[in-house]
Ligand binder design. Sequence first.
Ligand code: ATP
Ligand code: MG
Length: 437
Amino acid sequence: MVEANKALRADKLTAVKGMNDVLAPESAAWEWLEAKVRALMARYAYRNIRTPIVEPTALFVRGLGEVTDIVEKEMYSFEDRLNGEALTLRPECTAGVVRAVVQHSMLYDGGKRLYYMGPMFRHERPQRGRYRQFHQIGAEVLGFPGAEVDAELILLADALWRELGLTGIRLELNSLGQPAERLAHRTALVAHLEKNVAGLDSDAIRRMHTNPLRVLDTKNPAMAEIVETAPRLLDFLGDSSWAHFDALRAILDANQLAYTINPRLVRGMDYYNLTVFEFITDRLGSQGTICGGGRYDYLVEQIGGKPAPAVGWALGVERVLELVREEGRTPAPVVAEFYAIVPDTSAVPFAMKALQMLRSAGRSVQMHAASGEAMGSMKAQFKKADASGARFALVFGADEVAHGSVTVKPLRECDGEQTTHTIMNLLAWAQTLQSNA
Ligand code: ATP
Ligand code: MG
């Protein structure tokens, strides 16, 4: 018995603001999504990678760019009190994957197709679809320069939406060209921003000369007009950038994957070049971007590796799952097949031995764990068994236990009458069951 001790009871501790617990039955939707992703990644021959949640702060400052929302105001950075290292909770995973690829010389024998799942951390204002700990699933392909890899990644994401039963997701595409093209565009963009300086917010004014492209990524509606009339990067692309963009579009067209070209799409990190894209839904309010990505051919070099092209995307798990809910696609809750009813504590050792046998044969069993007063009457236990959603109750009554057997009572109409089995026969009988899932 756990005795309540009022004098010792401390104030309740709660989770950090913007960081959420995922509880059952909602966690079943997470497992469902993760299983779908694993199966799909296997079909595209992508391999799993797991990198640390904490990385050196320099990795993100160098990788994402100093003048970006994430690095300027969203990172959980701290000094390790024990050795003074500057560390950061990862705000995204591309930089970490690239660091790992470089550190382990993973490209020595050719390109790699990788995927990850896990928590990311950004100090943002918590609201629907925006949290301080959130989760991403991402795919990264390193070592291949061609547009067919960009296309493969986009087709992979699109296949995932179909696997999840999601509709009404649109794809927006743009090309950010190459550094020299960006430089020419930058001059024109700065001139445009200077001309309209009266309409810029303080962030934009600060960034106008340090990182003017970031101004186009603003979420401030008051600046929409200035962004809309800004010079378009697409008008500065040379032949080879256009060739890459056209090759990507030809593959998407051949696969009947619809997209719109959004010349304003620039994404939030500095590492992108050529292809950028987002998958967007109108059903989640203003947090409608569920997945974003693009090519980042210079990041490997920037993080200290031998130059290698790369491209990838990341999706927001919370947003995708909210869309799943919006579409009424809630996956079935996980229930055990059997619920064990043990009316007397003396039967517990025998019952638990039988349950272990069932479980090692691959069956799922929930035990009515209670002894003494908390055990409840047979009737109360049956009620629990029924509420658990299990298909059968296993009754370990005194009679049954005396004969080394157990009574199986169907809890659902379609399964007919109750039967009694010795423990040895129970296994064989369970094997004959048709799945009624
Ligand atoms: P937004 O423009 O909404 O801030 P972002 O461009 O910062 O998104 P990315 O860095 O591209 O987002 O991350 C990819 C995906 O991760 C986003 O499309 C979104 O689905 C998800 N995501 C990003 N930040 C958050 C957050 N704070 N909470 C929940 N999901 C997020
Ligand atoms: Mg953001």
